[in-house]
Design a protein around this ligand. Structure first.
Ligand code: 13P
Length: 235
């Protein structure tokens, strides 16, 4: 697929990648972002500072990591990105391959979520907004070396039926039906992690029970809660 097949998506991806850092949920060249395209994904390149990133730096790959606009690996013409895909391409590809309802994947190293993940701790139902991740508990996937298949498979497992998870000694992953949703959820996860760490200073806070979390998840679903920006005229 030629790189110029998704000019708008490329612009959005760069804009959201930059907002990842300007919103404070990521720093430096950490983190990565992808969006589904027919037959694969468009992903941020590895180790390129977001402020230097341009739409043509994004890399189109299939779910096996093969360049889509440049299958031989040899640059041919101005449509091929000379960049290598994010080292976490397998994380993004496995999630998008196994979750057809998901369109965007965001991975970042937000401070408070990562602090919890460094202890291997999930975010439990201490606050009703945990339900934004479609679950009563935002789990923490076990540690594996960055960029590995093992990490991607553990993340897919942790994310089953959910929209976010933490990655032990690493960071967090947030999913969305578009790039903005994934970013909003990642910010929410970071906010919840911050609140939870604050609450923990007075001891382990009481948790909302499973029935209440199910009620909140159903309510949020019926209201399309948090999606007003995607659904003009609706809450
Ligand atoms: P990339 O620059 O390769 O995307 O890696 C950043 C990162 O966060 C790895 O987990």
């Amino acid at each position: 697929m030629p790189a110029d097949a998704q000019p708008e998506l490329r612009q959005q991806l760069v804009a959201v990648a930059r907002r990842m850092n300007s919103s404070g949920i990521n720093q430096g060249t950490s983190g990565n972002l992808s969006a589904r395209i027919p037959g694969g994904l468009l992903i941020t390149p590895t180790s390129l500072p977001y402020e230097q990133m341009e739409p043509e730096d994004l890399v189109a790959i299939d779910f096996g990591g093969n360049p889509m606009d440049n299958p031989t690996g040899h640059p041919k013409g101005h449509h091929s990105s000379p960049r290598r895909p994010s080292s976490e391409w397998q994380l993004h590809a496995e999630i998008l391959r196994s979750r057809p309802e998901i369109e965007a994947v965001l991975h970042c190293h937000s401070i408070h979520a990562t602090a919890l993940a460094c202890h291997g701790r999930p975010i439990p139902s201490f606050h009703y907004m945990v339900a934004m991740a479609g679950t009563a508990t935002i789990p923490c996937a076990p540690y594996s070396t960055f960029g590995t298949k093992a990490l991607s498979l553990d993340a897919v497992r942790a994310l089953e039926g959910k929209l976010a998870c933490l990655l032990a000694q690493h960071g967090q992953v947030a999913l969305g039906r578009n790039l903005d949703q994934a970013l909003r959820l990642a910010i929410e996860v970071e906010t919840l992690a911050h609140m939870y760490l604050q609450a923990l200073t007075l001891g382990e806070p009481p948790l909302l029970d499973a029935a209440e979390m199910e009620r909140v998840i159903a309510l949020m679903g019926s209201m399309h809660y948090g999606q007003a920006a995607d659904r003009p005229g609706q809450s």
